[in-house]
Write a protein that binds this ligand. Structure first.
Ligand code: ATP
Ligand code: MG
Length: 432
């Protein structure tokens, strides 16, 4: 016997009931992005593997163990399903010289792939909304991107998402901190786990990002980068904080916030909630001034962030701020030969007028069709029997009388149905 094929572990179907939340989320996100002047860019899911190893860094969780990579069997090219969006976005900006003339604000929405251990809030296929800016040097854009987050949580009706902020300085400043950090970790060799030992000399900063509970105390005591920062880096950091104070956005400085990707410098931030268990970071980002040049473009300052859609939709659902999914306006009931020939035309005429119609497909008695009409949540039933059809009329019946519509059941001419429906919607004054 053959077994049913199941979806790949960690790659989930989003069923209609949940997908409706996603659509409302996406609509909110799109209008929010427009309100900050960000423009869409659509990027491939598959990119050459070296793009990610060069951009994200060889000694990172993502590149070391999380990428879905394969060899194109036709030409032997090494390819990878994108684990994040920034690298591909930067590639596109360089390839099409998008930032050559003037600064840019871009966003994308889509699936990312990481070979992680699936658990709540952590999947192998997940979605991000990514926001990137190119060509801006000052702290104002970093601050703007942080303000954007605060506004979106508000637009989504979410509370309790806190901002963590840090600065990673510039590469030279990190180098001097690095030496001190290595010496410190060497002193605590016995506490380092396998990952940390492996990274001790290649990427010691990343050890600070470890989630291993047995290392936390030691990490908290580790030497801090902040004391290695020069005046310029400090001024940039202060500039970001100034805007946050002026606009009343609370934040916490977290010196351990180093991010899991190598390309960041100066400002880094995360938005975190304690309502999702261990996977509490819903949005993360920062500045990456070196990346465009590192990938072969002209030096271009840049700053961006990515949000985890699964985690945010889970929060929206959990906080009950959910959009009610409304039924359609009309369920179209029809029975009999003449009626069923008239019905599609009536339905299309209604749609011409902007009225949503759920058309009864598959026949059935009036009684069973009316049951489906009730269950559909439609506001009206438009009923056509051969009686009606023979005189060019339909029956209009309110299914949700009182909920914003008049209670009625009446015969109306085929050409008047749309107007009658429009008239039946009570305006607010009438209702009150
Ligand atoms: P984490 O520390 O949770 O592994 P990360 O630093 O790897 O996160 P980023 O690369 O910064 O995550 O991605 C930005 C956001 O995308 C995260 O804050 C999170 O909301 C979401 N995200 C990352 N990985 C996953 C995943 N495997 N499943 C679902 N969402 C994810
Ligand atoms: Mg991760």
């Amino acid at each position: 016997m053959s077994q049913n094929i199941q979806s790949v572990r960690g790659m989930n179907d989003i069923l209609p009931e949940e997908a409706e939340f996603w659509e409302v989320f996406e609509e909110t996100v799109r209008s929010w992005l427009r309100s900050y002047g960000y423009r869409p860019i659509r990027l491939p899911i598959v990119e050459p593997t070296p793009l990610f190893s060069r951009a994200i860094g060889e000694v990172t969780d993502i590149v070391e163990k999380e990428m879905y990579s394969f060899t194109d069997s036709l030409n032997g090219e090494q390819l990878t399903l994108r684990p994040e969006g920034t690298a591909g976005c930067v590639r596109a900006v360089i390839q099409h010289k998008l930032a050559a003339q003037q600064p840019l604000r871009l966003y994308y929405v889509g699936q990312m792939f990481r070979h992680e251990r699936p658990q709540k809030g952590r999947y192998r296929q997940f979605n991000q909304v990514g926001v990137e800016s190119f060509g801006f040097t000052g702290p104002d854009i970093d601050a703007e991107q942080i303000l954007m987050g605060a506004r979106l949580w508000d637009d989504l009706g979410l509370e309790g998402i806190g901002l963590q902020l840090n600065t990673l300085g510039q590469p030279a400043e990190r180098a001097s901190h690095r030496a001190e950090l290595i010496a410190y970790f060497e002193k605590h060799q016995e506490l380092l786990d396998e990952d940390a030992r492996r990274r001790l000399y290649t990427n010691p900063l990343r050890i600070l990002d470890s989630k291993n509970p047995t290392m936390q105390e030691m990490i908290t005591e580790a030497p801090q980068l902040m004391s290695h920062l020069g005046a310029e880096s400090m001024a940039h950091f202060e500039g970001v904080q100034q805007v946050l104070r002026d606009t009343g956005i609370p934040y916490v400085i977290n010196p351990r916030l180093v991010r899991g990707l190598d390309y960041y410098n100066l400002t880094v931030f995360e938005w975190v909630t304690d309502r999702l268990g261990a996977q509490g970071t819903v949005c993360a980002g920062g500045r990456y001034d070196g990346l465009v040049e590192q990938l072969g473009g002209k030096p271009t300052p840049a700053c961006g962030f990515a949000m985890g859609v699964e985690r945010l939709v889970a929060l929206v659902r959990e906080s009950g701020g959910a959009p009610e999914t409304e039924g359609v306006d009309v369920y179209l009931v029809h029975q009999g030969e003449a009626a069923s020939r008239l019905a599609p035309r009536v339905a299309e005429n209604l749609r011409d007028r902007g009225i949503d119609v759920l058309f009864n497909c598959g026949g059935g008695s009036f009684k069973s069709q009316m049951k489906k009409a009730d269950a559909s949540g439609a506001t009206f039933a438009v009923i056509i029997g051969d009686d009606e059809a023979s005189v060019g009329e339909v029956t209009l019946k309110s299914l949700r009388a009182g909920e914003g519509v008049r209670n009625e059941q009446k015969r109306v001419g085929v050409d008047d149905v749309a107007d009658e429906i429009m008239d039946s919607f009570l305006d607010l004054e009438e209702e009150a």
